[in-house]
Design a protein around this ligand. Sequence first.
Ligand code: GAR
Length: 198
Amino acid sequence: MLKEKINIAIFASGNGSNCEQLIRHFQGSDRISTALVVSNRSDAYVLVRAHQLNVPTVVIPKAELGNSDKVLSLLRHYNISYIILAGFLPLIPDFLLEAYPRRIINLHPSLLPKFGGKGMWGRHVHEAVKAAGEKETGMTVHYVTPVCDDGEIIAQYRIPLSPDDTVDDIIEKEHQLELKYYPLVVESIVESLGEGEK
Ligand code: GAR
């Protein structure tokens, strides 16, 4: 008998290159399916990418993210087992953390605990890495907890930096790690933990 696929939702606020990579990766999976893309911004390019790849999208403005009935019924409707953050900026509300214990996963563009916390997102992170004269950078995948960028680390990948690297060079180097490894880490977590409770 064919087993039902495990559905993930990807939450993203901006460009969506990681979201697209995840969608494309799981299009080839017989176990995992990207069932929904959620953005807090109606003008986010990630919505265009998801649409082109035939994945349903929903916009939940930041002010409505705290509406537990609305958000939980949406996720139940799509039978979502995991929430995968890919450049999603609002804080995840407590009711979602309770409904999805250890099933909300975040990607951060530095080697946490370095360069994490409030205000540390996107380009700000890489500027701080450059300003600190770091000899390496990298990406972190971690479970989401109520404290920003503080959850248990699942995986980290690193890449050396040279003193000549500009902020744009650092962004590019780190971004290549994300595109290569984030889908693989998500796949291994979802496959090892399975569906869990919904
Ligand atoms: C990614 O680099 C991700 O690591 C970062 O946002 C970018 C989203 O790019 N996330 C954070 O800074 C979270 N604190 P994308 O929209 O092209 O995937």
